[in-house]
Write a new protein. Sequence first.
Length: 313
Amino acid sequence: RIVTMAGFTAQPQKGFCEGRACSFLNGNFVEREGPDYVVGVRETYWKGSEFFIYQCRVDGTWVIAASSAFSRAREGSACDGYARSQMNRDLLDPAKTSFMELWDKGERAWKMRKGAAVSRLHLPDGRDLAWTNDNYMFLNVDHRTGYGPETVTFHNAPPGTYQIAVNTYSRNDVNNNIKGGKPSVSIYVGTSEQALFTCEIPPDCKNNSRIWNVVNVQMFDGGEEDIDGQHTGKTKYYIRLHDTYDSMYPLQEVDLPTAHRPGKENRKFQAPYFSRYFTPGPSEMYDDKQLQYICHGRCRAAPGYEQCMERHP
């Protein structure tokens, strides 16, 4: 059995992701149901503590940036300020962000600042990022929505590149090779009940790992939809699937939510200091070097959708 790692940060600044805007998927971003995690009529996207993302201020504008870029960006000049939310705070809920922690460059430490909240986060192109029913990503935890458990619904998600990866569900699984479960990932687009793309581990992959780097889905903003010369007010998107080692972003240890033991989650969620999140984990956890030796792709498109593949069949 496998699960999808889901959640996101939107549109990091140029240079955080090898010069391209990326959006990251990570299972610990995903909400769980319960009154403590509901904002208005939706569940929050941040559970536990906020060790996964931070905000970067450039020319007075706050934008979300990937946590895996923090240690690199902090030493550079890309940002002139950093902020992160407190534990059990929802970044997109102004009522829960009256206190923020700002990075003090002089003392090289996080400092509490009252009233430093960023109630609406801004994308580099000037648009606001806030929850709406028009744009979201949601983990389907049952059969009431989407295609049932272990699926993620993207609805007008921000343009960017999304990493999709799967791992073995149980840490107690004696099988350390995900290929043994013959996992398959199906990608549906629009209201189609037919999977337009199906991904499986290529049989010629000889790497043994509990993790599979499935595919990168790149989404482009195609501008306003036009039907018979009439603007509909809706945005159209184009997608491109990258499913080869050379075209996909590598997985990084800091982005993975699970390991053989619960210690990895505890290290991220219960670490008293933000910096500990970036320290190397115990030897039983995957590190960046080990994640170089995992399987990638391979996906096939339904007839008529081959042009969406970066790799032409």
